[in-house]
Design a protein around this ligand. Sequence first.
Ligand SMILES: CCCCC/C=C\C/C=C\C/C=C\C/C=C\CCCC(=O)SCCNC(=O)CCNC(=O)[C@H](O)C(C)(C)COP(=O)(O)OP(=O)(O)OC[C@H]1O[C@@H](n2cnc3c(N)ncnc32)[C@H](O)[C@@H]1OP(=O)(O)O
Length: 194
Amino acid sequence: MSRTTTEVWPPVPTEAPQRHPEAPAPGADLPQHYAYCFGCGDGVEQGLHIRTSACEGVTIRSRFTVTEAHQGAPGLAHGGLLACAFDEALGAAVGNLLRKPAVTAKLETEFVRPVPVGTTLFIDAHLDGVAGRKVYVSAEGRLDAEDGTVAVRARALFVQVKLSHFLENGRPEDLAKIADNPELLTRRSVELNP
Ligand SMILES: CCCCC/C=C\C/C=C\C/C=C\C/C=C\CCCC(=O)SCCNC(=O)CCNC(=O)[C@H](O)C(C)(C)COP(=O)(O)OP(=O)(O)OC[C@H]1O[C@@H](n2cnc3c(N)ncnc32)[C@H](O)[C@@H]1OP(=O)(O)O
């Protein structure tokens, strides 16, 4: 069976994504968006601790180092955690470059090569198109270098949401922690009501 997908991407007509005028400058390191985020937060000891920087245009680059805590098979990264890393990288591209809150509606991953413990994945995520509240985004992850072998590909649909999505659905005690300590969230101005 061929691996080559023939599906059109994005699957619907889209407009070209516009980098927000106040998006972080190319080369800027992006802060964690939430201290207890499993993907990027410093408050999760065994989390992925992904680090991300802005690139030119509508691209960002994330780096994720696979540790012993991330194993599926002995010495190899768990596919679900790799998918998590891509969700984080794709979400960081949407949130930071468009500066509007959005959530993952659909995430597709393609595992091309095994990813051993100790590997650093270099993940480039790119905004592909916008259709109303829908944002289509894709990414490639390379082994140990910007130009390393591609090990994982992913693409996703994010849907822009109002701030009320988080306030109405989040567990109250976690929202209360944020209210008590706003430093748990990255401070940045975003357009909150799509
Ligand atoms: C977490 C972000 C914090 C926000 C802070 C803001 C900025 C921060 C800056 C930077 C952020 C940095 C990093 C972020 C990193 C990682 C992010 C991780 C993201 C996640 O890990 S997040 C958790 C998992 N995620 C969910 O927990 C979503 C559960 N879900 C829902 O909450 C609803 O399902 C929702 C809201 C998705 C839609 O609901 P809704 O009622 O608002 O809208 P509706 O259903 O009408 O969909 C509208 C249009 O999307 C189409 N559509 C929807 N779903 C589709 C699908 N699956 N396939 C194909 N099309 C689909 C419809 O067909 C329609 O299309 P059309 O407009 O053409 O009719």
